[in-house]
Structures are given as structure tokens and as C-alpha cells.
Design a protein around this ligand. Structure first.
Ligand SMILES: CC(C)(COP(=O)(O)OP(=O)(O)OC[C@H]1O[C@@H](n2cnc3c(N)ncnc32)[C@H](O)[C@@H]1OP(=O)(O)O)[C@@H](O)C(=O)NCCC(=O)NCCS
Length: 168
């Protein structure tokens, strides 16, 4: 039997290519049939390796979960952007490659993201998820999040509802 080590760490510019792949696979898997096709493709195409290398070099904090040396998922975190919510931290994105979903990696990455925000002195945390993304709603509810606010995102004239989950 092979033992695979699981590691969660800050992303480095050399991870950009692999994170772009994870992003593409995870977003297709999560949003095909929810976000209109053209809008989804253009969101994916904008986020190539160069985009990620830039994000990693700049202020954004990107965490990756690595299993057996492969990047299985990523999270981006920082200051809460919604002024109407008093929580200070936010997980902007948390995505795993489809083949690595459902085996506990998301929970580990989530816990690490939450810890990193707290270590940066940010109190409380927000995560937004599209209402149609049933897996994400189940995941954040299971992780103890309280759904507290609603918003709307427009994709190609299609309005999709989003839900904010908070942790104190
Ligand atoms: C949502 C996501 C981050 C969860 O990570 P994960 O590693 O798959 O989840 P875990 O294996 O850690 O499971 C944690 C809990 O989430 C719930 N969950 C995870 N996947 C689920 C699914 N497909 N259906 C229903 N519940 C699910 C389970 O209740 C599980 O609880 P349990 O431990 O009591 O079984 C991951 O599946 C993912 O990246 N999905 C696609 C992208 C996405 O939707 N990201 C969130 C955008 S806001």
C-alpha cells in the first residue's frame, strides 16, 4: 500500500500552472449547468497560469492542499469585502479537483484557511456560495456556518442568488 502525504501550505509562483488547472476543472464541475456556458468559459479563460502567478506574487493569500505531491485544491483568503457584514475575514474561494472531493480534503483546507485568517488578526469569517451549488451549501452548513445574508450575481443577464455563511 502507498502512503500519500497531505500538506497544506502557501502557494508559490511555481504552483500557478497547476492551480490554473485545478481552477478550470473545479469550476467546470461545480458550475456547468448553473452559470451560463459563455460566462463560465470566459471566467475560466481569464484565470490562466499568468493570472495565478500574479495573484500569488501580489497581496492575495493563496493556500494549496497537496496530496502525494499533486495540488488537489486551493483556497484564496483575505479581508471581508462586504461592508454590511461585520466579520473581518473572508474565504473568497475554496475549490478541489473533482477526483479529490468527498475525502475530507475540503474540511482540512477550510480549517487551515480559517486558522490563517485568525493568525492575521482577522476576527470572524464570511464565505459566499451560489444558492444552486447544493454541495457547497451542505459543506458550509456542515462546517458550522450560519447563513446570514443573500446577494445576487449577474452572469450574462442571468441573476443567480448567493448566500453568505458566517463564523464568529
Ligand atoms: C465543497 C468542497 C470544497 C467540499 O470539500 P470536500 O473535500 O469535498 O468535503 P469533505 O470531504 O471535507 O466533506 C466535508 C462535509 O461536506 C459535505 N459534503 C462534501 N461533499 C458533498 C457532496 N458532494 N454532497 C453532499 N455533501 C457533501 C459532507 O456533509 C461532509 O460531511 P461528513 O464529513 O460528515 O461526510 C469540494 O467538494 C469542492 O471543491 N466542490 C466543488 C467546488 C465548490 O463548490 N466549492 C465551493 C464554492 S463556494
Amino acid at each position: 500500500m502507498n502512503t500519500l502525504t497531505i500538506d497544506i501550505r502557501k502557494a508559490e509562483p511555481r504552483d500557478a500552472r497547476e492551480i490554473a488547472d485545478v481552477h478550470m476543472e473545479a469550476w467546470r464541475g461545480a458550475y456547468a449547468g448553473i452559470i451560463p456556458h459563455r460566462a463560465l468559459s470566459s471566467m475560466i479563460n481569464r484565470r490562466g497560469a499568468d493570472w495565478w502567478a500574479n495573484a500569488i506574487r501580489r497581496a492575495a493569500t493563496v493556500l494549496v492542499v497537496e496530496i502525494g505531491g499533486n495540488i488537489a485544491g486551493y483556497a484564496t483568503i483575505g479581508r471581508n469585502r462586504a461592508r454590511e457584514l461585520r466579520q473581518q475575514g473572508e474565504i473568497y474561494e475554496l475549490y478541489l479537483r473533482p477526483e479529490y472531493q468527498g475525502i475530507g480534503l475540503g474540511s482540512r483546507l477550510f480549517a487551515a484557511a480559517r486558522r490563517a485568517l485568525a493568525d492575521n488578526g482577522l476576527r470572524g469569517m464570511v464565505v459566499w456560495a451560489l444558492e444552486d451549488n447544493a454541495n457547497a451549501l451542505a459543506f458550509y452548513t456542515g462546517a458550522g456556518g450560519r447563513d446570514i445574508a443573500e446577494g445576487v450575481e449577474i452572469f450574462e443577464q442571468r441573476a443567480l442568488k448567493k448566500i453568505a455563511f458566517v463564523w464568529e
